[in-house]
Design a protein around this ligand. Structure first.
Ligand code: Z5A
Ligand code: MG
Length: 226
């Protein structure tokens, strides 16, 4: 059986350079002859994505729980596509994923475990590259402050929750859903960040025979009578 392709997630604070680096990574994979597909969450093109877009631009008001569920539903819309692409041998690079979902909603005060629940069982990344930058350095970059969550206190809280998620993902007891979480210093030059990322991606491009993992698998009992 031929190996499946790896699933790579890029996470980070706002303006840490995720979208810039995702494009660079896709170009680099393609230049190496590796089929690769870029996905981005929120995917603002779907019906659910359009509701999210209006909310982020403050054109609509939604209950905090509801917008959290919409972000998660927006990932579930693409879950089977992600699995199909990986099985076909296409590397999937994802600009934000479930970790952003938890970090932002928990920062608004929703319980951490409640935030995680709707994303349990999504395809698990084989590698998460977390682009770390201080909120001050991020604010100095272009475009900051145009959307709802781009406030300093929010970004500081989001960063703390990402650190908690990182410890958890690299920790024991994650079973099937254990996946590598690498923190990259995103305050470096664009070229240095992309080199640091490539050092982790390059060894994976040959593919893997490991089954596609499930995020936080085992969080719930599958037997209703237990
Ligand atoms: N959100 C959520 O609440 N729940 C969820 O489940 C998900 C998301 C998935 C929109 O996300 C919001 O949705 C976001 C989280 C929330 N909150 N906010 N606010 P988004 O991904 O659509 O956000 P975005 O508009 O793409 O911005 P971004 O992701 O924050 O930016 P970025 O992709 O990390 O950065 P960039 O666009 O690549 O670069 C920003 C600027 O910095 C640009 O001018 C670059 O040229 C510059 N740049 C990049 N790298 C460097 C370096 N190394 N040095 C100097 N300058 C650089
Ligand atoms: Mg972006």
């Amino acid at each position: 059986m031929s190996p499946r392709a790896p699933f790579i997630v890029i996470e980070g604070l706002d303006r840490s350079g995720k979208s810039t680096q995702c494009t660079t990574l896709i170009n680099r994979l393609e230049a190496a002859g590796i089929p690769a597909k870029l996905l981005k969450f929120p995917d603002r093109t779907t019906t659910i994505g359009q509701m999210i877009d209006a909310y982020l631009k403050s054109q609509s008001e939604l209950d905090d729980h509801l917008i959290h569920l919409l972000f998660s539903a927006n990932r579930w819309e693409l879950a089977s596509t992600i699995e199909r692409l990986l099985r076909e041998g296409t590397v999937v690079v994802c600009d934000r994923y479930a970790f952003s979902g938890i970090a932002f909603s928990a920062s608004k005060g929703l319980p951490f475990e409640w935030c995680r629940a709707p994303d349990v069982s999504l395809p698990a990344p084989d590698l998460t590259l977390f682009l770390d930058i201080s909120p001050e350095a991020a604010m100095a970059r272009g475009g900051y402050g145009e959307e709802r969550y781009e406030k300093r206190e929010m970004q500081e809280s989001v960063r703390r929750i990402f650190v908690r998620l990182a410890e958890e993902m690299n920790g024991e007891g994650m079973g099937d859903s254990r996946s590598a979480w690498i923190t990259v210093d995103a305050s470096q030059t664009m070229d240095d960040v992309s080199e640091a990322m490539w050092a982790h991606v390059q060894p994976m491009i040959g593919g893997t025979h490991r089954p596609i993992g499930r995020l936080w698998a085992g969080s719930f009992s599958s037997d209703a009578t237990e």
